[in-house]
Design a protein around this ligand. Sequence first.
Ligand code: FES
Ligand SMILES: [Fe+2]
Length: 296
Amino acid sequence: MTQHDPSLAIAELRANVSVPFERAHAMPKSVYTSPAFAKAEEEHIFAKDWLCAGRADALGKPGDYLTMTISGEPVIILRDREGVLRGMSNVCRHRMSTLLEGRGNVRSIVCPYHAWTYNLDGSLRGAPAMARNEDFCREDVKLPPVRVEDWQGWIMVTLNPDAPPVAEQLAGVDRLVGHLPMDTYREVFREEFRWDTNWKVLAENFMESYHLPVCHAGTIGGASDLNKMECPEGEAAFNYHWIVKNDMVPLALAHPTNTVLQGDDRRITWLLAIYPALLITLTPGYFWYLSLTPGR
Ligand code: FES
Ligand SMILES: [Fe+2]
């Protein structure tokens, strides 16, 4: 295997996943260690699939924004004056300065380099002294749009203009957990970590609750009986498993005032791994999630 050729790692992966689900083995080590494979993931997955930028309610007011990088492309996601979520390039059209950093609220987007100023729809509002250039046409300048969708309260973003709509790809998730209205869940806390590992190690850790009784013995481990866990074969766009929890962690159960959920639906924790990198633990009482981005 060369530094630049992912074909051997891809062949090993293909061989690994071609056995029946009931005979699944751990992944070949090359998919975690090959730089060429990581580059192929970036190009064929992260540059093309829908990724999660967080929760829509975190951008509640007009002008609220967040920034992220997708496959090396700096992107802004914001709520415009009409209340619509928009995505656009975070690179100034003048001389490529990064426009916004982190998260915050703006009335307009002002470039920190020469103060070109953009409206929240990405159109250029003003550019100091540029009228002195006869070829300059303000109306022709706009930050290139990036596709954004609000799916069940999740901000989904993609660089791919041809990706099918999120709701179409994830209709199976709605069928499974439509009785838990994710769009009404509220994020009260978020933080960012940089883990010194391959992103798939985290994703796969999430996909198995096998470790809960051991690693989480001090918290949720006791509520998680491996014999009450079901791990069916996944669908094209996601995989999932669920656990019928006991009473040890009441927060994970339907609140007593919830009269909608019945039977086991009141105590099932769903673990949804939405490809490539959105991992959601969804319970009748709370949710938490990871949205992973491969490092460099
Ligand atoms: S680079 Fe943005 S105004 Fe010059
Ligand atoms: Fe864990």
